[in-house]
Design a protein around this ligand. Structure first.
Ligand SMILES: NC(=O)c1ccc[n+]([C@@H]2O[C@H](COP(=O)([O-])OP(=O)(O)OC[C@H]3O[C@@H](n4cnc5c(N)ncnc54)[C@H](O)[C@@H]3O)[C@@H](O)[C@H]2O)c1
Length: 331
């Protein structure tokens, strides 16, 4: 039995807490939102983010960050990516040296172009980071549906420790020594999911979706490899796997936002209607900046940026993608 601090009580933090509790660990869940902690203590269910999923009696819900961070074997950081720096900064004051921090959010920081473990290390230099990601919707993990995911760290011992914490009969955890590639795959697939949603919103079908997924993973690999990730990582669960699940599912807020934009809603209207952090929007800008830094072209991701931030119409963006100069599939 391990003692785990879960930082963030949204859909993913709640689903992972339930899983860890089911694995026999002692889980202390922290949220920055007092009402959320009150609700979790009162109902032992996250009524908004994971309704219908009962949470175990042993789980502790607290607004006291110290209680969630002290005397723990590992910390899971599960706040949406725009809150990673602020939350890591708060944690820094309390967290013991050499603590394992498992990063489960997906994103690239816009200003620094750091992936989230980079942001965490920037704020808490003394911690050991491990990435846990892959194709995994909270709604399905919370209901015990079979899922396969990857724990990644440069130090394989840390990857294996995290594998041991999470692995069970419905949650298969592989290990990797390429956390950076995993993080890039996890962040960039959200941008392609926006594109897939836009195509859905325009009324296009399976051919268009398959083209976006396949050429999308190509763009992710081109940038990811240029930035230092391993090619096979983008072909695995945290690359193509996560891209497929995000582009195909209505659980994805990125895809849902894309659908609304494809249907003609403005950026602001779409964000308001989804009413959750749409992380692909942040990663889209960062991806273009990274592409510039590494001198690679990302046609789909560039068009998503044009639509989101420069008012290009989705149909014009799609026309431009289709009208690019003819080329070989693999160059
Ligand atoms: N939901 C999923 O299925 C899923 C699966 C895999 C990975 N992820 C990743 O996990 C991360 C969290 O996703 P989620 O679905 O739980 O998001 P969410 O939108 O459900 O998270 C909202 C939660 O974030 C916390 N929060 C809100 N404002 C905050 C603030 N100002 N400071 C600190 N914390 C604050 C609160 O606990 C709130 O409930 C994301 O990066 C997401 O990409 C999600």
């Amino acid at each position: 039995m391990a003692r785990i601090g879960m930082i963030g009580a949204g859909s993913w933090g709640t689903a992972l807490s339930k899983l860890l509790d089911g694995n026999g660990h002692e889980v202390t869940v922290w949220s920055a939102i007092k009402d959320e902690i009150d609700m979790l203590n009162r109902y032992r269910e996250h009524k908004d983010k994971l309704p219908g999923v009962p949470l175990g009696d042993r789980m502790i819900f607290t607004g006291d960050l110290k209680q969630a961070l002290c005397d723990k074997d590992a910390i899971v950081l599960a706040v949406p990516s725009p809150f990673t720096r602020k939350t890591s900064h708060l944690m820094k004051e309390v967290i013991p040296k050499d603590q394992r921090v498992i990063s489960v959010a997906k994103g690239i920081e816009e200003d620094t172009l750091l992936t989230l473990t980079g942001v965490i290390k920037d704020e808490i230099p003394d911690c050991r980071t491990v990435v846990l990601c892959g194709p995994s919707h909270a709604e399905e993990v919370g209901r015990g549906m079979p899922t396969a995911i990857v724990a990644g760290s440069r130090d394989m011992k840390d990857s294996e420790t995290v594998q041991d914490l999470f692995m069970c009969e419905v949650f298969r955890v592989y290990t990797s020594d390429d956390p950076y590639g995993m993080e890039l795959g996890g962040a960039l697939k959200n941008v392609i999911a926006l594109a897939a949603g836009i195509a859905d919103g325009l009324g296009y079908g399976d051919n268009t979706k398959a083209a976006l997924i396949t050429r999308g993973i190509h763009e992710i690999s081109v940038l990811g490899e240029a930035a230092g990730g391993k090619r096979e990582t983008f072909q695995g669960l945290t690359g193509i796997g996560d891209l497929i699940v995000t582009c195909a599912s209505m659980h994805s807020r990125n895809r849902r936002a894309g659908i609304l934009i494809g249907q003609g809603k403005s950026y602001d209207e779409a964000m308001k209607e989804v009413n959750q952090v749409v992380e692909g929007v942040y990663s889209a800008k960062a991806a273009v900046a990274l592409a510039k830094k590494y001198g690679v072209q990302l046609p789909i991701i560039e068009q998503v940026n044009e639509i989101l931030f420069y008012g290009k119409s989705p149909s014009k963006a799609l026309c431009e993608l289709m009208g690019r100069a003819r080329k070989e599939e693999f160059t």
